[in-house]
Design a binder for this molecule. Structure first.
Ligand code: WT7
Length: 650
C-alpha cells in the first residue's frame, strides 16, 4: 500500500487488455504512438490543436482567437459565429447523409420510430417556429420536462436553433424540483408530455407541471406533447397541444448565427449544499468538445448504430445521445423505458433488434445485470457489438470483467469514460483502437486535456500516490459559470486549489500515467490517519462471490477518527447472517488489509440511489451515524429503502 500523497491507495489491478488487431485496423486512432503525438501537439500548441478540430465544423463567421483565458473565465473561439443545430442537421442534409437515420427510437411498448436527418431538420424547424410564435426569443430559458421520446431532442435542437437556452429537467424529478429549477432559470416556457412508459406503467408528467407552474410566475406558456393519450386538463391561454401548434407551423427556419460564447443550455446538478447548481454551457466550445470526443472515444463510423442508454435529462444524454453523435452524422438510438421490462433481457433484445454496434451505459446498470444473471444476455448473440463504454462512477474490476465477458464476449474494447456535468465532454478515457485497457481505470487524459493528481497545495503526487484530481488548462466544453452565481463558480471550482479546476474527485495515477478514479473526495474515509477510498473497499466486497452490490461510508469513531460502515446487497440465493457478516469483514481484511475491515456490515434488498443511479452516500452516512435523514431527498429513487435499512439498527 502506498502512503505517498494525500489519499492512500490500496487497490492494485494487474490485468491489461490490448486492443485486437481487427478493431485497431479500422479505428480512427490506431496506436499509442498516434495518441502520444496528438497529446504532444495539443500540449505544445493548444490553439492550433483545437482550431484544427473546430475547422471541421461549420462556422457562419470564423473566430478571431481560439481561447481567451483569464482564469477562471474562458472564452473559446471568440468572434466566431456558429449554430449547434446547424452542425447537427443542415450540414448533413447537404450531403448523402440526408436520408440516413439520425435517431431511432424504441418505445417501451415496442413501437419504433426513425427520423432521418432530413426529417429531423423539418421537425426541428417547425418546432423552432412554434417557439418563436409563442414569443420565445434568443437568450430566453425554456424548461423541458419530458420522457425519452423523439419530441425531446426535437425540442432541444429547436431551442439551439434560435438561441434559446434549454434546461432539461429529468422526468423523474418531482414538482418541487421543477419549481426550484424553473425559478432559478426564470424559464418563460415549459415543454412537457402527458406521460411516458416505464416498467409497464405510465409516469405522469403534465400533472407535475400543473402542480409546479402556479408557483412559477415566469412561465407564460406550456406545450404538451401527446404520448400516452391519457386525458389532460388544459388550462386556457397557458397550455397548448404540441400537435396542434405543429400542424400550422412552417417547416422553414434558418439556423440563427450565434456568437461562439452565446449560452447554449443550463443543466442543474446537485452540489454539497441542498441548492442545485445551474451549470452553464456555451455554444462554440461545447460543440467542438462533444464533436471530437464522440468521434474518438466511441470511434464513430457512418455504418454504426450508437446507443447511449442515458436519459436526455442528464449531461450524458445531452453530449452523447444527441449533440456528439449528431454532429458526427451518426445514427443514435433512444429507448423509452426500463432495462428489465418486460424481462431482464430488454437491453439485449434492443441491441439485437437494431444491430447496435457501440453501447454506452453505467456501472450501476452493469451491476444490476450481473444480479439478474448472465443467462439473460447469453440468450442473445449480439454479434453487432464492437465497442462498449461506461460512465458515471468508478467501475469495479469485477463488473468490468463481467461486462467484457458476458456483453462484449471478450471481443469488444471497453471505454471507461471519466467526466462531469461541468466538463461537458469526456476528459479521461481510452482511445479504443490504441489504449491498452486496465479493468477499473479510465486510463489516460484525452489529447487537449491536462489533468493531474495533486496534493491540497497543488503539488503533483508521484505515481502510485492518491490525491485530488484537477485539470490545469481550460478545455472547450468547460462550464462557463454557475447560472446567477459567479461567486460560487469561482469558489467551488477554482479556489480550492488556486489556478486549477477542482473536480472534487480523488484519484491516483500509476507508473503508466493511467488514472484510477477513487470517487468523490467527500466519500473518502480516514481510518487511523489513513485515508481510504470507499470505492476500493466496495470493490473488495463486490469481489466476494455472494455480494451483488456494496456501498461504504464513514461513521465517526472515537478511537480511530472514522470507522467503516458497509451496506451490502446479496446475489440471489444468499441470505443475510451473522456468519456472513464476519466472513465479509475477514474477506476485506484479506483483500486490502485489516485497516479497511468494515466495522459494520448491513444487508439490504436495495441501496438508496439517486435517479441517475448514484448511491446516496450522504443518506447512508446519516443512517450509519444513527441519525435521522435530513436534507434534499428529491433525487432519491426509493425512500422506503432508507426506512428498511434504518430499521435494522442493532
Ligand atoms: C462525477 C460526475 C458525466 C457523466 C455522468 C455523471 C463520477 C463519472 C466516472 C468514471 C469514475 C466517474 C465522478 C464525477 N464519475 N464518470 N468513468 N469513473 N467516476 O455526471 O452527475 O456530473 O457526476 O461522476 O465522481 O465527478 P455527474
Amino acid at each position: 500500500m502506498s502512503t505517498q500523497g494525500n489519499i492512500d491507495s490500496v487497490l492494485t489491478e494487474k490485468r491489461v487488455f490490448e486492443c485486437s488487431g481487427a478493431f485497431r485496423s479500422t479505428a480512427h486512432i490506431q496506436s499509442m504512438a498516434d495518441y502520444e503525438r496528438l497529446y504532444q501537439e495539443a500540449e505544445t500548441d493548444p490553439e492550433k490543436f483545437w482550431g484544427g478540430i473546430a475547422a471541421e465544423l461549420h462556422w457562419f463567421k470564423p473566430w478571431d482567437k481560439v481561447c481567451e483565458w483569464n482564469c477562471p473565465w474562458a472564452k473559446w473561439f471568440s468572434g466566431g459565429e456558429i449554430n449547434l443545430s446547424y452542425n447537427c442537421l443542415d450540414r448533413h442534409v447537404a450531403t448523402w447523409r440526408r436520408n440516413k437515420a439520425a435517431l431511432i427510437w424504441e418505445g417501451e411498448t415496442g413501437e419504433v420510430q426513425t427520423l432521418t436527418y432530413q426529417q429531423l431538420l423539418l421537425e426541428v424547424s417547425k418546432f423552432a417556429n412554434v417557439l418563436k410564435s409563442l414569443g420565445v426569443n434568443k437568450g430566453d430559458r425554456v424548461a423541458i420536462y419530458m420522457g425519452m421520446c423523439p419530441a425531446l431532442p426535437i425540442a432541444m435542437l429547436a431551442c439551439a436553433r434560435i438561441g434559446a437556452l434549454h434546461t432539461v429537467i429529468f422526468g423523474g424529478f418531482s414538482a418541487h424540483a421543477l419549481v426550484d429549477r424553473i425559478t432559478d432559470s426564470q424559464a418563460c416556457l415549459v415543454i412537457t408530455q402527458d406521460g411516458s412508459f416505464r416498467r409497464g406503467a405510465e409516469v405522469k408528467l403534465k400533472p407535475a407541471v400543473d402542480e409546479a407552474v402556479p408557483s412559477c410566475p415566469s412561465v407564460k406558456n406550456v406545450i404538451v406533447f401527446q404520448r400516452t393519450g391519457t386525458p389532460q386538463t388544459m388550462f386556457g391561454g397557458r397550455d397548448h397541444w404540441w400537435h396542434e401548434l405543429m400542424a400550422h407551423a412552417s417547416d422553414e427556419c434558418p439556423a440563427e448565427p450565434l456568437d461562439s460564447e452565446h449560452p447554449l443550455y443550463l443543466l442543474y446538478t446537485s452540489g454539497t449544499t441542498g441548492k442545485p447548481k445551474g451549470i452553464l454551457h456555451t455554444t462554440g466550445g461545447y460543440s467542438v468538445g462533444t464533436y471530437i470526443t464522440a468521434k474518438w472515444v466511441f470511434d464513430l463510423k457512418d455504418e454504426d448504430v450508437f446507443w447511449c442508454t442515458a436519459d436526455l435529462g442528464w449531461v450524458t444524454g445531452h453530449s452523447y445521445v444527441l449533440y456528439g453523435p449528431l454532429q458526427n452524422g451518426a445514427t443514435s438510438l433512444m429507448y423509452e423505458g426500463a432495462p428489465n421490462f418486460p424481462e431482464p433481457d430488454r437491453f439485449w433484445r434492443v441491441i439485437e433488434r437494431h444491430k447496435v454496434n457501440v453501447f454506452y451505459t453505467a456501472p450501476t446498470a452493469i451491476r444490476a445485470f450481473m444480479r439478474f444473471g448472465a443467462e439473460w444476455p447469453l440468450k442473445h448473440a449480439m454479434k453487432s457489438l464492437r465497442l462498449l463504454g461506461t460512465v458515471g462512477e468508478p467501475i469495479n474490476p469485477e463488473a468490468w470483467m463481467w461486462y467484457r465477458e458476458n456483453i462484449g464476449r471478450n471481443r469488444c474494447p471497453i471505454v471507461d469514460t471519466w467526466w462531469q456535468t461541468e466538463t461537458g465532454m469526456i476528459m479521461i478515457a481510452p482511445l479504443p483502437g490504441a489504449t491498452p485497457l486496465k479493468p477499473g481505470s479510465a486510463t489516460r487524459a484525452l489529447p487537449g486535456v491536462i489533468a493531474d493528481v495533486v496534493t491540497r497545495e497543488g503539488e503533483p503526487v508521484p505515481p502510485g500516490g492518491g490525491g485530488y484530481l484537477v485539470v490545469k488548462q481550460p478545455w472547450p466544453a468547460m462550464l462557463r459559470t454557475i447560472y446567477g452565481d459567479p461567486q460560487r463558480y469561482v469558489e467551488q471550482y477554482w479556489s480550492q486549489i488556486p489556478g486549477m479546476y477542482f473536480t472534487g474527485d480523488g484519484a491516483r495515477k500509476d507508473e503508466d500515467g493511467y488514472f484510477w478514479i477513487m470517487g468523490r473526495i467527500d466519500d473518502v474515509i480516514t481510518v487511523s490517519g489513513h485515508r481510504l477510498s470507499t470505492m476500493e473497499v466496495e470493490s473488495a466486497l463486490v469481489a466476494h462471490p455472494k455480494v451483488a452490490e456494496a456501498a461504504v461510508v464513514a461513521r465517526l469513531d472515537d478511537f480511530r477518527g472514522q470507522a467503516i460502515a458497509a451496506f451490502v446487497t446479496l446475489k440471489s440465493g444468499n441470505a443475510p447472517s451473522e456468519e456472513l457478516k464476519n466472513e465479509l469483514r475477514a474477506w476485506v481484511a484479506k483483500e486490502i488489509g485489516s485497516l479497511a475491515k468494515p466495522d459494520d456490515v448491513r444487508f439490504s434488498d436495495e441501496l438508496p440511489k439517486t435517479r441517475s443511479g448514484k448511491i446516496t452516500r450522504r443518506l447512508l452516512k446519516e443512517i450509519a451515524a444513527g441519525g435521522e435523514v435530513k436534507g434534499d431527498t428529491t433525487t432519491l429513487e426509493d425512500l422506503s429503502v432508507i426506512a428498511r435499512l434504518s430499521a435494522q439498527e442493532e
